[in-house]
Design a protein around this ligand. Structure first.
Ligand code: NAP
Length: 250
C-alpha cells in the first residue's frame, strides 16, 4: 500500500528549469517513479540532451517563465499532447547576491520576475489543466524564511518569501479542485547556482553554519519533491518543507 502510493505511473509532469541542477534531479526522480516528464527551460541544448539521455518518457520544450503568453501556451500544449497534466515542479530560478545599496532596479525586477512571478504564473496556468489528485511543488528556499550570511541578497530572499506565501494562498484556493500545492525550501545545494561567481570563503562559511557540516545534493531535494508529487503526500497542502541540513534549526 505505501509503495503504491509513491508510484507515478501514467502521470504527466512538467519541470521548469529542468535542464540542470535541482530541476534535472527532479526530472530523474519523477521518471524513476513512472511519470512522463516535460522539461521546460531556457537552456535548450543542455535540456534537449538531458531529455534524450532518458531514452524515452522525457521531452523538452523551450520556455521562459517570465513570458506569460508562452507559459499559457506551453501548459495548454502539454495537456493537449498528453491528454492530462498531473504534476508541476517549478525549479526555474536565478540568484542574486548583491547588497540592497548596490542592486539596480533591473536586477531586482529580474529576480522577482523569474522566481516569484514566473512561479506563480506557471502554477496558475498549470492548474487550469489539472484535475483532482494533481500536485504542484514549488522550489522555494530557506532564504524565503531567513536572512542569509555572509552574503546580502534581499531581492532573492524577497522573491522566495513571495513563493512561499503564494504556495500557501494557492493551496487554499485550489483545495476544492483537489489540487495540492506545496514548496520544498532547500538550504545550500551544490549546483551551478551556488558555484558560479561565488567566492570559496562563502562555501566554507555556509558549511560551518550548517549543522550537518556539508552542502546538500540535488538528489536530496528531488526525493522530497517526488514524495510531495505523489499520493503518499495526500494530506500535505500549503506546506513549506525545509531540506537544509538543519541550517534553520539553530
Ligand atoms: P541552476 O542549476 O542554475 O538551474 C536553474 C535552471 O533554471 C537553469 O537551467 C536556468 O536556465 C533555468 N532558468 C533560469 N531562468 C529561467 C527562465 N526565465 N525560464 C525558464 N528557465 C529558467 O539552479 P539550481 O541550483 O538547480 O536551482 C533550482 C531552483 O532551486 C531555483 O529556483 C533556486 O532558487 C532554488 N534553490 C537553489 C538552492 C541551491 O543552493 N542551489 C537553494 C535553495 C533554492 P539558464 O541557465 O539558461 O538561466
Amino acid at each position: 500500500m505505501y509503495r503504491e502510493r509513491l508510484e507515478l505511473d501514467g502521470r504527466v509532469a512538467v519541470v521548469t528549469g529542468g535542464s540542470r541542477g535541482i530541476g534535472l534531479a527532479c526530472v530523474t526522480a519523477l521518471r524513476e517513479f513512472g511519470a512522463t516528464v516535460v522539461i521546460a527551460d531556457l537552456l535548450d541544448d543542455v535540456g534537449r540532451a538531458a531529455a534524450e539521455s532518458f531514452g524515452g518518457g522525457v521531452e523538452y520544450v523551450h520556455l521562459d517563465v517570465t513570458d506569460a503568453a508562452a507559459v499559457a501556451e506551453v501548459f495548454a500544449g502539454v495537456a493537449e499532447r498528453h491528454g492530462r497534466l498531473d504534476i508541476l515542479v517549478t525549479s526555474a530560478g536565478i540568484a542574486n547576491h548583491q547588497p540592497s545599496s548596490e542592486i539596480s532596479r533591473e536586477a531586482w525586477d529580474a529576480v522577482l520576475a523569474v522566481n516569484a512571478t514566473g512561479t506563480f504564473w506557471c502554477a496558475r496556468e498549470a492548474a487550469r489543466h489539472m484535475t483532482r489528485g494533481a500536485s504542484i511543488v514549488a522550489i522555494g528556499s530557506m532564504s524565503g524564511e531567513l536572512a542569509n550570511a555572509p552574503q546580502r541578497q534581499a531581492a532573492y530572499n524577497a522573491s522566495k518569501g513571495a513563493v512561499h506565501l503564494a504556495v500557501k494562498s494557492l493551496a487554499v484556493e485550489y483545495v476544492d479542485a483537489g489540487i495540492r500545492v506545496n514548496a520544498v525550501a532547500p538550504g545550500y545545494i551544490g549546483t551551478d547556482l551556488t558555484k558560479d561567481g561565488v567566492p570559496g570563503e562563502w562555501w566554507d562559511d555556509w558549511i560551518r553554519r550548517t549543522p550537518m557540516q556539508r552542502l546538500g545534493s540535488p538528489e536530496e531535494v528531488a526525493s522530497l519533491v517526488a514524495f510531495l508529487a505523489s499520493d503518499a503526500a495526500s494530506y500535505l497542502t500549503g506546506s513549506i518543507v525545509l531540506a537544509d541540513g538543519g541550517y534553520s534549526a539553530w
